[in-house]
Design a protein around this ligand. Structure first.
Ligand code: OFO
Length: 165
């Protein structure tokens, strides 16, 4: 069974994952509308992954006898000032999500909820990959540069970022 506190933290996390999924969908739309097809595809994939994270948490809460709450999502940023800003926001989002998981893990430690703590390990590892990919994508702006055909070149590389752990 889950304590009230842990159940509430997990439901908040479900909402955050749903928010991430919607945010990435908005990024996919913006990239598509602005001619960045590969990045659009990349964000569609990211959006799917976040939906998967959301469901993984959702089912865990139910498996543990808790009440999983279907989240209401609002305030999704739809417009971005630049191609680069999309990736800056993506990295910021992932760093915030990692922090959020750390907070839940800390609460599990305090409460000696080692079952949930173990469950969270999967997400901790996933965040390592997600932060890596987001940081790598942003680094392309420095490595390639935005001038001339730079943004077009950056777009082509975004989808090729691989993570071997
Ligand atoms: Fe990329 O955030 Fe989910 O876990």
């Amino acid at each position: 069974l889950l304590s009230e506190d842990i159940e509430s933290l997990l439901n908040q996390q479900i909402k955050k994952e749903a928010h991430s999924s919607s945010l990435y969908l908005a990024m996919a739309s913006w990239c598509n509308r602005n001619g960045f097809d590969y990045s659009s595809e990349y964000f569609f994939k990211q959006s799917d992954e976040e939906r998967y994270h959301q469901l993984k948490l959702y089912k865990y809460v139910l498996d543990m006898g808790g009440t999983a709450i279907s989240p209401e999502i609002n305030n999704i940023k739809q417009e971005f000032n630049s191609f680069r800003e999309v990736f800056e926001d993506a990295l910021e989002q992932e760093v915030a999500i990692t922090q959020s998981f750390k907070n839940i893990a800390a609460a599990c430690m305090r409460e000696q909820d080692f079952v949930t703590f173990e469950f969270l390990n999967w997400f901790m590892k996933e965040q390592r990959e997600e932060e890596y990919k987001a940081r790598r994508a942003l680094e392309l702006f420095e490595v390639i540069g935005e001038e001339g055909t730079g943004r077009w070149e950056i777009d082509k590389h975004v989808n090729k970022i691989k993570y071997d752990s």
